[in-house]
Write a protein that binds this ligand. Sequence first.
Ligand SMILES: NC(=O)c1ccc[n+]([C@@H]2O[C@H](COP(=O)([O-])OP(=O)(O)OC[C@H]3O[C@@H](n4cnc5c(N)ncnc54)[C@H](OP(=O)(O)O)[C@@H]3O)[C@@H](O)[C@H]2O)c1
Length: 312
Amino acid sequence: MSKTHTNGSNGSVDPRSKHFWTTRDMPPQDGKVVIVTGASSGMGWYCAQALAEHGAHVIIAARSLDRSIVDFAKAFKKKKLPLHTLVNNAGVFLVPHDHTEEGFETTVGINYFGHFLLTHLLMDKLKESAPGSRVVSMASLFELLGNVNWSDLEGKKARESGIFEYSTSKVEIIMMVREMNKRLKGSGVECFASQPGLVQTQLNMRKLDHSKLTSNLLDISTRIYGQRADRASLCLQRPASDPTVTGYGGSYFSPPWLWILALNFDHAGMREPGNSLARDEAAWARLYNQTLLIVNHKLQEKGLGSIEPITA
Ligand SMILES: NC(=O)c1ccc[n+]([C@@H]2O[C@H](COP(=O)([O-])OP(=O)(O)OC[C@H]3O[C@@H](n4cnc5c(N)ncnc54)[C@H](OP(=O)(O)O)[C@@H]3O)[C@@H](O)[C@H]2O)c1
């Protein structure tokens, strides 16, 4: 069904020409240690399940009221385990307007800043386990509508936790992935981004703020068009496990636009994101540097030290 050609990074079939990939294509994952955030339900759960069924030691990072991201990273490091793959999947969408304890608007705080911090805290473990280590981060088709608010990355002045905040958090994830991948060149750690289309999960079905018209329209569309979460999680499973994508760090796993509305294909191919910021290297670096300053300021306020910029 898909066109194939032979100019892959290792001389084999180019993985960019493979659009259909299923859990059955996953090679054994024995010996690998993987962290999946937000895996108490939805696509994170199915990704964690598939990796565990193929032999990986999977650690689920779920929401906790009394433990922070910093505590989680410390507790993980105490286990003295290697870390081969980090899947940054946790996220919120159209939730009631609020701010995190650190003062971030909820959506950008959880979807973007939280994963930026966690990835930096675990980077030493990923490097120790290289080559072949990976960071896979969940974006969304809404990246297309994202626009970085350079004067207020934290969303302090945001008046809602709506589509703009969500879209922005997701294009920022793609920019983070591409900047980190660039910085990590030669380290044996690669970073990927994913988007699954429209999916029937708790994110859409249960947690939406139904006081908003956009939430209700999305709810209806998802019930009609949304694909199953197990199928949709292939966009995380493939970059987390497929050896043929080594050398393609920075890639974006996404269904083709028309297929977003086509139900339940096993699509886990690579595409280009729609937002021009995803191709703007100067913007990636600017966002990375500003984010690092903000995160370190917040950590220092809490007496939690600081994180170092990523280098190979
Ligand atoms: N569903 C879609 O149509 C769609 C489309 C594109 C992208 N996505 C993205 O896919 C990812 C997974 O979402 P999903 O659709 O599978 O929905 P889901 O079932 O609601 O999964 C979201 C997960 O994130 C967790 N989470 C939320 N806030 C957290 C926090 N502060 N700390 C730790 N965990 C937290 C949730 O935990 P709790 O159960 O404790 O809340 C849940 O396990 C999200 O990043 C979302 O933006 C979804």
